[in-house]
Design a binder for this molecule. Structure first.
Ligand SMILES: *[C@@H]1O[C@H](CO)[C@@H](O)[C@H](O)[C@H]1NC(C)=O
Ligand SMILES: *[C@@H]1O[C@H](CO)[C@@H](O)[C@H](O)[C@H]1NC(C)=O
Ligand SMILES: CC(=O)N[C@H]1CO[C@H](CO)[C@@H](O)[C@@H]1O
Length: 474
C-alpha cells in the first residue's frame, strides 16, 4: 500500500471517528426492551422478514444480515438461520428451546460452535467414539464437529434456552449450505435409519416389529417436549433395550466394540430421557473437551469505558479445527471501540444487549455503512475494512461474535493511544496530511485512551475537533 493511500485512509477515518460522535450525540433515546421479550420480538420479526423475502438490503446497511430464515419451527422450539455473506462459508444460527424440550439427535455436515445466551443446556455428543455430555451455562462456548452426532436438551423447568451458534460450512456437501441428518426421528423429522430397507435394518438391529414402531412414531418435528408422553420416547427406549441386550451378548467377546457409536449415544440418551426428573446433577460425563466460558475469562482489554475478550485456539483448542475465533465486547453507554481493522479475519457480530451503531468504511475511504443495531442483530465486517462500534447513550452495548481466524487476529487500531498513527508519526507523515508535525501531533496526542474510547463529552474539549475541521478545509 502506498503511503499516500494510507494517509488518505487515515484521514478519512479521522473524519469518520469525529462525525461518528456527532451522530451518536444526535441519537435520541430509543425505546429499550429487556430480556426474553425483546429477544422473541426479534425472532418474530426475523421470521417475518424471511417470509417477506426482502433479501439483502442494498446500500447503507449492506453489512447487516437481515435475511433470516426459519429452518426448524415446532411447538417446543425453533432454529433460525442468518446466512453468511460473500465468500465466507459461515452462517449464524439462533436456537430457542422451551423448558423441558429436546433437539432430536442428529449430525450435520458442518461444524457448530454453540454459545449459550440464556438458560442452561445439556449437550451430548460423540467425541472419538464416546458419548460426552456437558451441561452448558450462560456464556459457555462449545464446539461440535461436523459428522459428530449430538443432541441438545433444555432440562430447566421454567427457563427458555437461547443459543447462538456459528455454522461452518467449509466442509459441507453443498457449498455455503448445511444439511442435518437426524439419527432419531420418525415421520417428522425422518430418521436416516429409515432409509435402509426393512430386511437390512431388522438384520442390523436384530429386531423387527419394534423397529416399525421406532421409526414411524415421531411426528412433532426436530424439537419436541420431553414431558409429553408421546410414542417417540417409548419407541426409542426399545432401541435402548435392544442395545443393552446386544451389549450383554457382546460382553467377553472382542467383536466390534464401538462400531456404531451413535447407538451408544442413544442408549445413554434414553436412560436420561426416560427419567421424569433429572437426577443426574453432574455437569460432565465422558472424556472430551469441556465448554469454555467467555464471562469467566479475564478481559484481554479493560478500561473505564468497557472491556473485551477474545478466545482463540490457545484458550480453547477445539477452535483450531475450524480456524474460528470468538470474541465478546461490552461497552459502557456512549463509548466506542476505536476505529480498527482486522488484517487477518472477517468478523461476524451479534448484538446481545443494548443498542449501538456500527460504522464501516470502504477501502476508498468512503463510508460504507452507518447503521443502528439492536439486540439480536447480526452484522459482518470484511477483512481489511476499517470499522468501529459505538454504544448508544441509553445503556451498555454488549456484542459477541466469530472471526474467521483461530489465531490471534492482531486488530490494528487507527485512532487512540495505541494506534497506527503513533507508529507512523514523523515529518513524512505530517507532510502526507499537508500539515506541520506539531499540528498533527496535537491531534494525535489528544486522545489519551486506547482501544475503547470515552464519549465525546468526556473526551478532551473542542480543540481537536476544531483542528480536524481545519484539516478538512485545507
Ligand atoms: C457490561 O457493562 C455494564 C456496565 O457498563 C454492566 O452493567 C454489565 O453487567 C456488563 N455486562 C456484562 C455481561 O458483564
Ligand atoms: C468507494 O467504493 C465503493 C464500493 O466499491 C463505491 O460504491 C463508492 O462509490 C466508492 N466511492 C468513491 C467516492 O469512489
Ligand atoms: C401435543 C402436546 O401434548 N403438546 C404439549 C406438550 O407439553 C407442553 C408442556 O410441557 C404443552 O404445552 C404442549 O401442549
Amino acid at each position: 500500500m502506498g503511503k499516500t493511500t494510507r494517509l488518505l485512509a487515515v484521514l478519512a477515518l479521522l473524519a469518520v471517528a469525529v462525525s461518528a460522535r456527532n451522530d451518536d450525540e444526535r441519537w435520541s433515546e430509543r425505546e429499550r426492551g429487556r430480556g426474553e421479550e425483546r429477544w422473541s420480538e426479534r425472532e418474530r420479526r426475523g421470521r417475518e422478514e424471511a417470509r417477506g423475502g426482502t433479501g439483502w438490503r442494498e446500500g447503507d446497511d449492506w453489512f447487516l444480515l437481515h435475511r433470516s430464515k426459519p429452518v426448524v419451527e415446532t411447538e417446543a422450539g425453533s432454529m433460525k438461520l442468518v446466512q453468511g455473506s460473500g465468500k465466507i462459508p459461515m452462517h449464524i444460527g439462533f436456537i430457542t428451546m422451551e423448558p423441558k424440550s429436546l433437539f432430536i439427535p442428529q449430525y450435520l455436515d458442518s461444524s457448530l460452535i454453540l454459545f449459550v445466551r440464556r438458560g442452561e443446556a445439556r449437550v451430548g455428543n460423540i467425541y472419538k467414539d464416546e458419548l460426552v455430555e456437558r451441561r452448558l451455562k450462560v456464556g459457555d462456548i462449545y464446539r461440535i464437529a461436523a459428522g459428530s452426532a449430538f443432541y441438545l436438551i433444555n432440562a430447566e423447568e421454567g427457563q427458555r434456552l437461547h443459543i447462538v451458534c456459528s455454522i461452518d460450512t467449509s466442509d459441507s456437501l453443498t457449498p455455503y449450505k448445511f444439511q442435518s441428518f437426524y439419527v432419531a426421528g420418525g415421520k417428522n423429522p425422518k430418521s436416516v435409519l429409515s432409509g435402509f430397507d426393512h430386511l437390512t435394518l431388522s438384520t442390523a438391529f436384530n429386531a423387527k416389529e419394534e423397529l416399525e414402531d421406532m421409526l414411524m412414531s415421531q411426528r412433532e418435528g426436530p424439537i419436541i417436549y420431553l414431558s409429553n408422553t408421546t410414542h417417540a420416547p417409548r419407541a426409542w427406549s426399545k432401541l435402548s433395550e435392544m442395545e443393552r441386550a446386544a451389549e450383554m451378548r457382546r460382553v467377553g467377546g472382542d467383536e466390534q466394540q464401538s462400531t456404531w457409536s451413535f447407538r451408544k449415544m442413544m442408549v445413554s440418551f434414553m436412560d436420561w430421557s426416560n427419567k421424569k426428573n433429572d437426577d443426574r446433577k453432574g455437569s460432565r460425563t465422558g472424556k472430551g473437551p469441556d465448554a469454555y466460558n467467555l464471562y469467566d475469562k479475564k478481559p484481554d482489554f479493560k478500561n473505564d469505558y468497557g472491556w473485551s475478550v477474545a478466545v482463540d485456539e490457545k484458550n480453547y483448542p477445539p477452535l483450531r479445527h475450524n480456524d474460528i475465533g470468538v470474541y465478546l465486547v461490552n461497552l459502557t453507554a456512549g463509548s466506542m471501540m476505536a476505529p480498527h481493522i482486522n488484517p487477518m479475519a472477517t468478523e461476524y457480530g451479534v448484538v446481545l444487549e443494548g443498542s449501538g451503531t456500527i460504522q464501516i468504511v470502504y477501502p476508498n475511504g468512503s463510508l460504507a455503512m452507518n447503521a443502528k443495531v439492536n439486540e439480536g442483530d447480526v452484522f459482518w465486517v470484511p477483512r481489511f475494512f476499517p470499522f468501529c462500534q459505538i454504544a448508544s447513550r441509553t445503556g451498555p452495548f454488549e456484542f459477541f461474535g466469530f472471526t474467521t481466524s483461530a489465531h490471534n487476529n492482531w486488530p490494528q487500531f487507527l485512532v487512540g493511544a495505541n494506534s497506527l498513527l503513533h507508529a507512523l508519526r514523523g515529518p513524512e507523515f505530517a507532510a502526507g496530511f499537508g500539515m506541520t508535525e506539531d499540528r498533527l501531533d496535537y491531534i494525535i496526542d489528544a486522545q489519551r485512551e486506547s482501544t475503547i474510547l470515552p464519549t465525546a463529552t468526556v473526551a478532551p474539549p473542542g480543540g481537536v475537533r476544531e483542528a480536524v475541521r481545519k484539516l478538512w478545509s485545507v
